[in-house]
Design a protein. Structure first.
Length: 245
């Protein structure tokens, strides 16, 4: 009889996923500009038409989904909201539902009670102050309940195609690993990134960074061996130099 250890199937070789990457060296402004251009052109070649992964059919629906996605995944928001959007979902729909009625529909999303109240209030304001239309200035967008700078940037970029950069957790992490910024907050990182990313590569650059962070340059297990930016990434070069010593 074969021993139990021999009966166990061999596990397939896993890709080289590094649990963490060292901070890349500090680069000059010009070096970061050249690097940003090279990185984003590479990502553009791989994905010429990046798309927002939140499902929506109208600008108002996107605004609602972005508000709901705070501390929640796009997948969970899509699963909850897609049927509502398919049936028709606009500010007057929310008013007819009421805050409690909306809450019943979105209970599976994190922080649902607060988000339901915010969506109801912003729906009232959009009807009363903006004639049912989504405002197109940052100031007006940020005046809406539940809408901060990041959400405003998403709307300005996705709906109005302005050259803005919404810095979420993926953009913040990926841009730091790529040596484009070393800031401590998303707001500071956004301002620093706008210095090095050409306006013509925005707002698509937002999507390229997000998708790269979501599927390749993950927080806990960056898949460096499959990364199309590996030869350009200063974090990978720094890791190799450390290994040689």
């Amino acid at each position: 009889m074969k021993s139990q250890s021999k009966l166990k199937s061999k596990k397939p070789n896993k890709p080289d996923r590094r649990p963490a990457l060292r901070k890349p060296p500090v680069l000059s402004l010009n070096a970061r500009r050249e690097l940003a251009e090279a990185l984003l052109h590479r990502l553009a070649e791989a994905n010429p038409n990046p798309r927002c992964e939140l499902y929506y059919k109208t600008p108002f629906q996107l605004l609602v989904s972005v508000v709901l996605s705070a501390q929640a995944t796009d997948k969970s928001v899509n699963a909850c909201m897609k049927p509502l959007y398919e049936a028709g979902f606009e500010p007057d729909t929310v008013i007819a539902m009421g805050s409690d009625g909306l809450l019943k529909k979105i209970r599976t999303i994190g922080l649902a009670p607060t988000k339901a109240k915010n969506v109801f209030k912003l729906s009232e304001i959009i009807i009363d102050k903006f004639g049912g239309k989504i405002p197109r200035t940052r100031e007006d967008l940020e005046s809406l309940p539940g809408v901060g700078r990041k959400t405003a940037n998403v709307i300005l970029g996705e709906i109005y195609r302005e050259p803005v950069l919404a810095v979420d957790t993926h953009v913040f992490r990926v841009s730091a690993r790529l040596g484009l910024q070393r800031e401590t907050t998303p707001e500071k990182a956004e301002l620093e990134l706008l210095k090095v990313i050409p306006p013509r590569l925005l707002p698509d650059g937002h999507h390229w960074f997000i998708l790269h962070g979501r599927y390749t340059c993950k927080a806990q297990a960056p898949d460096c061996t499959r990364c199309i930016l590996r030869d350009l990434c200063p974090s990978v070069r720094e890791e190799k130099e450390k290994e040689k010593k």
